[in-house]
Design a protein around this ligand. Structure first.
Ligand code: FPP
Ligand code: MG
Ligand code: MG
Length: 370
């Protein structure tokens, strides 16, 4: 197996394909309402971020162009069921310090049609244009969710600048997010692939489910790693793994094919690793580096992986987690306990590593890097 350190920079691998991205996305979100146009374009022009999701879609597009299509279609036709999550033991994985993570197991139910192409004629083909459009749709959905998220979290900064609701108002931010979502839906319909529409609509449903779970989970469940991971799946990993599966479908692979399943599984683990690492950085990185507020999760009453591991070791933290740090001094007490703990942060980091390693173990990397 190839070591990840020796692989090429994934962002560089698709730099060329992503070049036309910024201009065309700005055009796609233009509205005849100037404020809506400006608010919607805010994160696509100067403050465009890493373009992580479109990069993954492009890499996935390259990978599936190299894989042979299989026609493994299940019996139950067009019914789409969402996936099932299960815990797994991490004994077989390196450097996770015995931390266990989630295993993915998906359902195979939707049949799709599409032209299968090879890596040689990939860029410039119709299939590739649709996959590139899917990358734009995914980024539009993501940006819409960030604009709404900053309203919900009352965050003043994003991507190193002012949040849209600070720049304009809560009302404009809500409408700008809605507008981006509406534009994304039009573009999604234009792909003329009902399975992809169904999958991406489910991703939207998951984003909302994750946010509401974060807001309304009962106190005892706030201590459970399972609740935390399920929420992280809904609010972050789902959009990434559904985008991965949709890319394979647009590439001509059947819904239940090994390729589509491997790609969704890859996205699942990558998405969880991404969110866990983001939660660690909330404690360890400066706001100037993050481009958004630091130490923000506890202010919002949220316990993420580092605090959950600290509370497993130090039971006096449990009531603080359950009351969402709402008493005076709770936040400082929890922070002190976390920084004093010799293992909580390492365990959180190992959990992120666990998912990064499992994503490496799916068949996706060998499709791209062979
Ligand atoms: C950032 O998380 C937010 C998300 C990953 C999802 C937000 C989803 C919604 C607001 C639901 C509505 C969805 C749509 C499509 C409009 P965070 O707050 O933990 O991270 P941060 O530090 O980046 O703010
Ligand atoms: Mg937030
Ligand atoms: Mg949030």
């Amino acid at each position: 197996k190839t070591k990840i350190e020796t692989l090429p920079d994934p962002f560089k691998m698709v730099e060329k394909e992503l070049q036309p991205f910024a201009d065309s996305i700005s055009e796609l979100v233009s509205s005849d309402q100037p404020i809506l146009s400006m608010a919607a374009k805010h994160f696509f022009e100067k403050r465009h971020g890493k373009r992580f999701r479109p990069t993954i879609v492009q890499l996935m597009a390259k990978a599936v162009a190299a894989a042979n299509p299989e026609k493994i279609i299940s019996d139950d036709g067009q019914k789409f069921t969402s996936d099932i999550l299960q815990f797994t033991n991490s004994e077989t994985l390196e450097s996770t310090g015995g931390v266990s993570g989630w295993q993915w197991s998906g359902a195979s139910t939707v049949e799709v049609e599409g032209g299968v192409i090879t890596q040689d004629n990939h860029q410039g083909s119709d299939v590739w244009r649709r996959q590139a459009q899917l990358g734009q749709i995914v980024e539009m959905i993501h940006v819409a969710s960030l604009i709404h998220d900053d309203v919900l979290d009352e965050a003043e900064t994003r991507r190193g600048g002012e949040a849209v609701h600070k720049l304009y108002s809560n009302k404009v931010a809500v409408l700008a997010g809605d507008y981006l979502l509406a534009r994304a839906s039009v573009l999604l319909a234009r792909l003329e692939n009902t399975a992809v529409v169904q999958i991406m609509a489910t991703a939207l449903e998951s984003l909302v489910a994750g946010e509401i779970m974060q807001l309304k989970s009962p106190p005892e469940s706030l201590l459970e790693m399972e609740t935390y991971l399920r929420k992280s799946y809904y609010k972050t990993a789902s959009l990434i793994c559904y985008a991965c599966r949709s890319t394979t479908l647009l590439g001509g692979h059947a819904y239940g094919s090994t390729v589509a399943t491997a790609c969704e599984e890859f996205g699942f683990h990558l998405g969880l690793a991404y969110q866990i690492q983001d939660d660690i950085l909330d404690f360890t990185a400066a706001a100037s580096v993050l481009g958004k507020p630091a130490l923000a999760d506890m202010d919002l009453g949220l316990s993420t992986a580092p605090i959950l591991y600290a509370a497993q070791e130090n039971h006096s933290l449990r009531p603080l987690v359950m009351r969402r740090f709402k008493n005076k001094g709770d936040k400082n007490t929890a922070l002190e306990a976390l920084y004093k703990s010799p293992t909580a942060m390492t365990k959180a980091s190992n959990l992120a590593k666990f998912h990064a390693q499992v994503s490496e173990m799916t068949s996706f990397p060998s499709l791209v890097f062979s």
